[in-house]
Write a protein that binds this ligand. Structure first.
Ligand SMILES: [Zn+2]
Length: 161
């Protein structure tokens, strides 16, 4: 009989103040976990679903998927003392390739940036007290880099995108 595994991390009953929404793609979990621990908070609520932040917008995902987010978000807002929400999209997301096959990498990225910003708007409408942060996780030289995405795109970056 195998011994029961006991985590070495001590239990901390304090509720997290941060919600992170990201894709469930396991290739990104360790980099995302590291990013969150180092940059965001040593503990956060995590909602990991295929496509990540895309599920905030029913027109970009589906009403069923958005309902899952809405239920989870209501719970986090009601029972946890949230003050920040981080939305993290990632390069090469299979969700987008399944939803809209045949686009270029650049076109997928444009959709993902759009959906991050729509997600920010949706969170801001539902919970105006939350600070909202957007990131795009990109593979650069064998490591994952977390690019900041501005909630409001700068006029210059629109012209160049
Ligand atoms: Zn993904």
């Amino acid at each position: 009989m195998k011994d029961t595994f006991v985590a070495t991390e001590p239990w901390n009953p304090t509720r997290p103040h941060v919600l992170v929404v990201c894709c469930s793609d396991g290739r990104f979990h360790q980099p995302i976990t590291e990013f969150v621990r180092v940059v965001v908070s040593d503990r956060s609520d995590l909602l990991a679903v295929p496509g990540g932040p895309v599920i905030l917008d029913p027109w970009a995902s589906s009403f069923d998927e958005t309902r899952v987010f809405d239920t989870a978000f209501d719970l986090f807002l009601q029972y946890h003392d949230l003050n920040q929400c981080w939305l993290i999209a990632h390069e090469g997301c299979a969700y987008y390739r399944m939803k809209q096959p045949g686009l270029t990498d650049r076109e997928y990225e444009v959709l993902q940036y759009r959906d991050l910003r729509r997600g920010a708007q949706i969170v801001a409408n539902r919970a105006p007290h939350l600070a909202i942060h957007l990131r795009f996780a990109r593979l650069v030289a064998g490591r994952i880099s977390f690019e900041e995405v501005l909630v409001e795109p700068a006029a210059r970056s629109i012209m160049h995108s």
